[in-house]
Design a binder for this molecule. Structure first.
Ligand SMILES: [Fe+2]
Length: 248
């Protein structure tokens, strides 16, 4: 079994709608480790428009750093071969470019890749122009849960165009095991068949209904698309992102 790399996870406690306390974070880390994850990047939500002031934003970032140290202490003692990183899931907004260029929010680990989300009903124009703006600024966008955006799901040429321009795609593990029929399942099957998916991650928010497990989705991908592709999207590519290597 390969070491899983989870690049999208809300296990850092008391910083967003993820882990509600330290115990929940520890349980989530226990689940991730026992499921085979050895590299995990915390990606608490970052929505610049939700802060009332810059002071509030900087206080939140200091809070992330403090919680991250607590998490590292826990895994250092219990799981010394587990590697933790800090990032953000950044809701795209006109000010997001500035936040990224001024390092007000976190890229994935210390890489130049950033996990970017959009509103589910964002238009094709909004998504495409935002991605181009990020790329021009030197940010390499990994689009979070690509299957969630109706503009992309209903127009596969948009997905191909985004990829051609340099965007990377992340899919939620739960979507792979959950959607068997319907337009999201159809989109995912085509995207996986064409090799458009770069990363599968948990996007986990708790230790019960939305936990950081990747193995079930890994088995589905291995069975349907082969272990080589499964290994690349659960291990090699996400690890290359953390190492800030070029992804093709
Ligand atoms: Fe998320």
């Amino acid at each position: 079994m390969i070491d899983f790399v989870d690049l999208h996870c809300h296990a850092l406690y008391c910083v967003d709608d993820g882990a509600k306390d330290e115990n929940t974070m520890e349980s989530m880390l226990d689940i991730a480790y026992s499921d085979g994850t050895r590299y995990l990047c915390f990606t608490p939500h970052f929505k610049i428009f939700e802060f009332d002031s810059e002071d509030e934003m900087y206080e939140q970032m200091r809070r992330l750093d403090r919680r991250f140290k607590v998490a590292c202490k826990y895994t250092c003692e219990k799981y010394p071969d587990m590697h933790l990183f800090l990032g953000n899931e950044i809701m795209y907004h006109a000010d997001a470019n500035e936040s990224l260029s001024e390092k007000k929010c976190h890229y994935l680990g210390n890489s130049s890749y950033a996990l970017i989300e959009f509103e589910p009903d964002s238009s094709a124009f909004e998504i495409e122009s935002s991605v181009l703006r990020l790329l021009r600024k030197g940010v390499r966008p990994l689009i979070a849960h690509i299957e969630r955006y109706s503009a992309i799901v209903k127009d596969f040429s948009l997905a191909k165009s985004l990829k051609d321009n340099g965007a990377l795609f992340q899919v939620n593990a739960r979507s792979i095991t959950k959607f068997k029929f319907g337009r999201i399942a159809k989109f995912l099957k085509l995207a996986l068949k064409k090799g458009l998916v770069d990363v599968v991650a948990s996007d986990s928010h708790n230790a019960t209904s939305f936990s950081p497990q990747l193995s079930k989705a890994y088995d589905v991908i291995t069975k349907n698309y082969g272990h080589e592709y499964a290994d690349s999207i659960f291990h090699s590519k996400p690890l290359a992102i953390l190492k800030n290597e070029q992804i093709f």
